[in-house]
Write a protein that binds this ligand. Structure first.
Ligand code: MN
Length: 154
């Protein structure tokens, strides 16, 4: 009995010590998909959460799929954001600059504090993985929606 308890204690201690070192595999569908909030997005946008954020990975991560004409609102990120376009074609725009085309295979870096939006084009869907770094518990400051004129580049 005593040996069993010791063995169990060691197993728990071992699991705790090892957990920080383990490779974490988070299968597709580990977290439910959700529709993006109409407060911060225009159109039909589906967010699939990926890796949970942690001390070791201080970023929100998700696969975000935009239907044609769907886009984020204007926003900034306190610690920047990496976008990896996985499907389709879309647009990203920094305030005061022209829209830029983005396509599957492209990687985009959005520096901290830069006001911008990203989304599909008017006629093509676009999906990207977003790695949005967290500072003081926050990964985005949301602003006004992107108007149809802004979206069209007018
Ligand atoms: Mn962004």
């Amino acid at each position: 009995m005593k040996n069993t308890l010791i063995a169990a204690s060691l197993a728990v201690a071992g699991a705790t010590a090892a957990s920080a070192q383990e490779i974490g595999v988070y299968p597709a569908g580990s977290a439910p998909s959700m529709l993006a909030s109409p407060e911060n997005f225009t159109g039909h946008v589906v967010v699939n959460p990926l890796l949970p954020s942690s001390v070791d990975t201080p970023a929100a991560s998700g696969l975000v799929s935009f239907a044609p004409a769907a886009r984020t609102a204007w926003h900034t990120h306190p610690a920047g954001q990496m976008l990896i376009v996985t499907a389709g074609k879309g647009w990203v725009q920094r305030e005061g600059e022209q829209r830029q085309d983005i396509s599957a295979g492209d990687t985009v870096w959005i520096p901290a504090g830069v006001k911008h939006w990203h989304g599909a084009t008017d006629v093509t869907a676009m999906s990207h993985v977003a790695l949005t770094y967290i500072l003081d518990g926050k990964n985005a400051d949301w602003m006004e929606l992107v108007t149809d004129d802004q979206f069209a580049g007018r």
